[in-house]
Ligand binder design. Structure first.
Ligand code: HEC
Length: 274
């Protein structure tokens, strides 16, 4: 059965459960996926559609590393180490020049009670040093920087732990967004990426939610597509007006998906087709 045919049934299952805490949410999603796809190892969810589609997997392997990734990384490194007018640089704003930091993002700013994404942290550094901030959704500059700084965490395990009441609250906000039907198609993210993960939507197998935060930015047609940019693309697919780049809502999606992916390995700059 293909995805649109089972839509009605999916929506019944898609009603958000009463808030049960991050661990229970993660366990519930993991159990559903394991039951639906016993042959797919959870570590493979990070392959996106390729986890469920042998042909796509062969294409992915043939495009690993992504052909355009080297150019994006070189540009990202240039921007990361570029001297500001005051002689400082992005690299100097972060511990170890930014090595192995990406695994712990998004973080919580306990004072401001806000989710701080990697994009926000980059712009905070620029602002502190009197430099113009970057468009969060700009693939050429911000995308390249994300590609580079995430490459400095290659092989690390994502570690966005939900271990405080504030963290639970922000996780729950992200979860609620993820399970809310939006847009003309009346889909929730979860309709595709939890309830129907691994089924075909058109020609594409639907990626599973717990893998989403591992491989980004994705390299699609030579561009670095951040997690937030990917979420905006899916909102358009849903016929919903995408939340603006840099919005709190996109930060909440990022936080929720990164917490779900905790324990997955960071392997950024993965090829994805148009
Ligand atoms: C109608 C089905 C559908 C809905 C609803 C949907 N997506 Fe997607 N999503 C897709 C498809 C199709 C892809 C691309 C698969 C491909 O070609 O690689 C995708 C890809 C993704 C990816 C990249 C996964 C990877 O590793 O390649 C992320 C992250 C993602 N979606 C998040 C979301 C979020 C967040 C929402 C809700 C705002 C959402 N999606 C809603 C169908 C959907």
């Amino acid at each position: 059965m293909r995805f649109p045919e089972i839509l009605a049934a999916a929506f019944i299952a898609c009603v958000p459960a009463a808030h049960a805490g991050a661990d229970a949410v993660r366990a519930d999603i993991a159990a559903r996926l394991a039951a639906a796809h016993p042959g797919v190892a959870p570590a493979d969810y990070a392959l996106g559609a390729a986890a469920f589609d042998a042909e796509r997997r062969a294409q992915l392997e043939a495009n690993t590393p992504a052909p355009e990734a080297a150019g994006i990384l070189a540009e990202g490194k240039r921007l990361w180490t570029r001297k500001f007018r005051n002689g400082r640089s992005l690299a100097q704003c972060f511990p170890n020049g930014g090595r192995r930091i990406a695994a712990a993002y998004p973080q919580l700013d306990l004072k401001a009670k806000r989710v701080v994404t990697l994009e926000t942290a980059v712009n905070q550094c620029l602002r502190t040093h009197g430099e113009p901030i970057l468009e969060t959704g700009d693939a050429a500059a911000m995308g390249a920087i994300l590609a580079y700084v995430r490459s400095l965490a290659e092989g690390q395990k994502i570690a966005v732990r939900i271990a405080s009441p504030l963290a639970e609250e922000r996780f729950e906000q992200g979860r609620r967004l993820y399970y809310t039907r939006m847009g003309q198609q009346n889909y929730a993210c979860a309709s595709c990426h939890v309830q129907n993960a691994g089924r075909h939507f058109g020609d594409v197998a639907l990626p599973a939610a717990p893998g989403a935060a591992s491989r980004w930015p994705f390299v699609r047609e030579g561009r670095a597509v951040s997690l937030q940019a990917q979420v905006r693309e899916c909102l358009e697919r849903m016929g919903a007006a995408p939340f603006p780049a840099g919005s709190d809502e996109l930060a909440q999606f990022d936080y929720f998906l990164s917490a779900l992916a905790t324990g997955q390995t960071i392997r950024p700059n993965a090829w994805r087709p148009r």
